[in-house]
Write a protein that binds this ligand. Structure first.
Ligand code: MG
Length: 181
């Protein structure tokens, strides 16, 4: 059965929304139109990373539908993996938050892989929000981009959706299409 890699931040966890809410409530997620979110808020990258690391996990938001749909995909027989780009030292708090939240949502039994070179794995589908992933043209057919304010400029290059609730249908279609390659 097909293997699905699911990015965590920006896909399952609403990191930017939760961060703005906790540290910069004068901004909205829709204001963040670029991958380098710290520039919009007027702080350094280092400070943003530090703030991300000390978010209150009880006030971290998840994207609607994510938990239910991931469980549905599992019941449909798909193999689920969480695949996240993090630095084990710089993002230590975030890794703890992820694990706490995933456990809390009964998603803690799926493998949690930390690796930024996501394109190197043999997954059938990669659910991602980082616009940079489309630069790896050889895996574009496997990418399912969650449409976010910071990746609008590349959504037309790959399969994409704004909502978890449409994901099952899109994945089925992608797998059929890719099978014919
Ligand atoms: Mg992400």
């Amino acid at each position: 059965m097909a293997k699905i890699a699911i990015d965590v931040d920006g896909v399952v966890i609403n990191l930017i929304g939760s961060w703005l809410n906790q540290f910069h409530p004068e901004y909205m997620m829709e204001d963040i139109k670029d991958w380098n979110a710290y520039k919009f808020v007027g702080i350094s990258k280092k400070q943003m990373f530090q703030e991300w690391d000390i978010l209150n996990p009880k006030k971290i938001w998840l994207y609607p539908g994510a938990v239910t749909i991931i469980h549905n995909l599992k019941s449909l027989g798909y193999e689920i993996f969480f695949l996240t780009c993090k630095d084990r030292k710089l993002n230590k708090g975030m890794i703890e938050h992820d694990k706490w939240i995933l456990n809390y949502m009964s998603l803690g039994n799926f493998p949690y892989i930390i690796n930024c070179e996501k394109w190197k794995y043999a997954f059938d589908i990669i659910i991602e929000d980082n616009p940079g992933i489309v630069n790896h043209t050889d895996i574009r057919h496997k990418i399912l981009l969650m449409e976010r304010p910071w990746n609008k400029h590349v959504v037309s290059l790959v399969h994409s959706t704004p909502s978890w609730y449409k994901i099952e249908t899109i994945i089925e279609r992608m797998i059929k299409e890719n099978g014919r390659r």
